[in-house]
Ligand binder design. Sequence first.
Ligand code: ACO
Length: 337
Amino acid sequence: MNVASESEREPTLRFKITGTGAALPERVMTNADLERMVETSDQWIRDRTGIRERRIADEKTATSDLAAEAISEACAAAGIDVEELDAVIVATSTPDTVFPSTACWTQRKLGIRGMAAFDVSAGCTGWLYALEIAGGLLAAGSAKRIAVCGAEVMSRSVDWHDRSTCVLFGDGAGAAVVELGDGTTGYLARNWGADGNLAPVLYQPAGGSQLQASADTVARRLHSVHMEGNAVFRHAVRSMSGAAQQAVADAGIGVDAIDLLIPHQANARIIEATRERVGIDRDRVYSIVDRYGNMSAATVPIAVDHARREGRIHDGDRVLMTAFGTGFTWAAGIVRW
Ligand code: ACO
């Protein structure tokens, strides 16, 4: 654990992550596989994104299947049965169906009922939004044990003919069981925000109330990710670093007191530029983007789960998380573990 300044405050939002879990499809898609599908190269993908491979769900696997698996694992790690949860929150941009929520489908797959279940739609920032909401529910006494999950089957939302997007994404789910704890753990500082004016820069045009599905929307490939990559890149770096710096300042600690930075894993260059602006050494940044690509809302919780299992996070550590996504949305927070 790194040393904090004496001005470090007590958590502003109290919670304890008592268990984490992850679900990753078995099928690995390498850059060499993509070379056979679109006009691209392993070299281009690695140079521009740092991604070597990603996981792709089989046809029978929906987002809720991955969510259920990750939540089961998180509950096992927390030492509770899934029936003991009293809320299930799933952050996703690739829901099973427009309605009901993926959280309700997840309940069904877990064979549980009764507790509240709902989705959060905030793109790649979704899991941090869901954690903020979970902390609020705990503080209000609305719930005691909440599953906070980020789950995506991005491969269903990708146009496999569009080389500028299909090389970026992967499938997976990560989950945490969040409880109140003894008051010493939780967010030391955090912030969240959005700018909906930038919605058209990164979105899926068809399938919602703006443009209903039709033969024409399918023919025009409007049911997939449409993105201005350069604009997303610039905003991602600015927002993730800005939100992280704000959290460090609000916590009353120096950046040297951060034990680990877990940024959203979209692209190795975005992670590196964010790291540089925040001013943290490379060995205190956790990255899995080379193995899994961008799994949107699932990236941060999977990274948290892997870091925890690899012994990179210890009780008492200060872990800075920061994310950016469609909307645009952003959020950052420092958890005292
Ligand atoms: N293989 C080979 N060439 C490609 C590929 C590809 N897969 N994709 C694009 N190119 C070409 C382009 O056609 C272009 O060619 P041209 O110069 O002949 O026109 C050239 O490469 C450069 O294209 P740029 O878009 O300028 O490349 P850039 O360096 O900006 O990298 C990238 C593109 C990787 C998409 C980058 O903009 C990026 O990472 N943006 C962020 C996108 C992102 O992460 N989105 C995820 C959702 S939001 C989030 O998670 C934060």
